[in-house]
Ligand binder design. Structure first.
Ligand SMILES: Nc1ncnc2c1ncn2[C@@H]1O[C@H](COP(=O)(O)OP(=O)(O)OP(=O)(O)O)[C@@H](O)[C@H]1O
Length: 250
């Protein structure tokens, strides 16, 4: 049962995403055995698991692209979904690419142009509005793609391996940038990754998934260095947590 609710309930304490006991098979292949997750308003939550364990399937179920076999999903708010590839349209300018969700919603040109112009400097792309994706670096394209996802929905962003295709220096810069964006935009993020360091650095909460048919092996609240996540990079607690997660995944 999939219940999207496009307005906030009176009770602000209710999670924006709630998935309870989700099961999913594709033919004979049992992918999700028993998945329950909660994402609260303003949280940065990560789904961490081995390749092929069903992380993207969970996203597809949350967004309604794929139907669960059993379980219950409740969504409070609207969602934007950013996939691993930036999926920018090569024949459209950055302005038109970013504005696409607004254009598709039927928003008038002067309104969407003003909205995109307001946020382009926030993602460091001011002055690039008339450029084409091929004229931008990988990191810049990811930022354009991130902004397009944000234009689709300011409430909840689903990021599927958003930085996996980037080199390690660009990736680290983008991770820091993402934290800054989240603080500025004050939204809610659910991220898929199989990068343990990325999960520890960014998350308020990590769900560690098993191999398929997957279950939640552990829900971990990352409580240290919450106010300044950059400090986490150097914290000995990160190392301990990494060891714990490696043990869970091993
Ligand atoms: N539409 C589909 N039809 C059949 N099988 C599917 C379908 N979608 C996913 N699968 C299978 O479900 C399993 C989980 O796939 P999924 O992409 O959700 O995993 P993942 O954890 O996101 O993987 P990765 O980390 O490699 O991206 C795989 O075995 C995949 O082949």
């Amino acid at each position: 049962m999939h219940i999207p609710m496009n307005s906030y309930p009176n009770n602000e304490d209710l999670p924006l995403i709630s998935a309870e006991s989700i099961k999913k098979s594709f033919g004979e292949i049992k992918v999700l055995k028993d998945i329950s997750i909660k994402v609260n308003k303003g949280e940065f939550v990560t789904l961490l698991g081995p390749s092929g364990c069903g992380k993207t399937t969970i996203f597809n179920i949350i967004t309604g692209l794929v139907r669960e076999d059993e379980g219950k999903i409740t969504i409070r708010g609207t969602m934007g979904y950013m996939q691993q590839k930036d999926l920018l349209l090569p024949w459209k300018t950055i302005m038109d690419n970013v504005a696409l969700p607004l254009i598709l919603k039927g928003v008038g040109k002067s309104t969407w142009e003003a909205r995109v112009r307001k946020y382009l400097p926030v993602v460091g792309l001011e002055g690039y509005e008339e450029k084409y994706p091929s004229q931008l670096s990988g990191g810049m394209r990811q930022r354009a793609s991130f902004l397009r996802t944000f234009m689709a929905s300011e409430d909840i962003m689903l990021l599927d391996e958003a930085f996996a295709s980037l080199d390690s220096i660009t990736k680290e810069n983008m991770q820091k940038w993402l934290l800054e964006m989240k603080n500025r935009l004050n939204n809610t993020i659910l991220l898929i990754t199989h990068d343990i360091d990325e999960a520890i650095f960014l998350s308020d909460k990590i769900y560690v998934l098993s191999q398929k048919p997957s279950t939640i092996k552990k829900e971990i609240s990352v409580d240290f260095c919450k106010e300044d996540k950059l400090e986490r990079l150097l914290s000995p607690q990160s190392l301990l947590l990494k060891q714990e997660i490696l043990g869970l995944l091993g």
